[in-house]
Design a binder for this molecule. Sequence first.
Ligand code: RIB
Ligand code: CA
Length: 314
Amino acid sequence: MARRKIIIDTDPGQDDAFALLFALGAPEELEVLGVTTVGGNVPLARTTTNALQLTELAGRADVPVFAGCPRPMLKRLQTAEYVHGESGIDGCVLPQPSRPAAGEHAVNWMIRTIMEAPEGEITVCTLGPMTNLGMAMVMEPKIIPRLREVVLMGGGYFQGGNATPAAEFTIRVDPHAAREAFESRALVTMASIDCTWTAMMTPEWVQSLRALKSASAEALIGMAEFYMSYGSHKFETADRPIHDACVPGYLLVPEAFSYRQCNVVLETRSPETEGMTVVDWWHSTGRPKNCKVLGKVDAPRFFDRMYRAFATLP
Ligand code: RIB
Ligand code: CA
């Protein structure tokens, strides 16, 4: 079967790191054309260095990394060091990258790559604020019908948000960019926090990675321990959602995810609910269903597939 060609747009982030290594650990199914970075969990310079270090950790310095937008379309950047630490991937020590980011801007590269590929070939996976993709859609709308799918981690439906009562972090950071994607008519698939909270990573599963005895596993364990230490004041469990990993999880084991086609509208104007993904679960508006909203994850299948991907890494 032909490998699925993907672009990973990311703001690492420990859960982004899990997603990236998950995708890179499945090379027989996913061809990662490039990694594009965005300001999000930490500023752009950090997310770019992190992406370079993580691709090297995976033994994939051949995958180019392109730095993208340092801030959202219309807002100031809001970062999340309080969750991810100063570096964004606290908990592990990785060598400095041996190569720089590619010279081309991520948005230009994204547009060029999608325009040069056959129609319907490329899937864009966004794991952070959707600024790069939103900008690409504004700069060259002809990319939209050429996309195979946009698969994003972000938003919420029953749970509301994690950054505010109404909004999930990545969408809250750049709701205007997210709106571009949701209004684009591209095939959009959303792994919201309602989905990711059904793929809970347990401390026991994290420790099971020790058996892999690899540098990647050691780094993943360290990152997980740091990431899972956040939230003990409010979550009633030691388990944590490994949000972004649901994106490659969906690409690799789609049958492990329930879903519902819905209309989703982005709230961009209200200060209380800015960044909310307004999901018409019951189709009460009659508006066109523009989003595949992922639901419950079959967690054992998901974690088993992720473990097998990590087992292939150095
Ligand atoms: O809300 C979770 C999302 O916000 C994840 O992408 C995490 O990395 C942060 O960016
Ligand atoms: Ca992220």
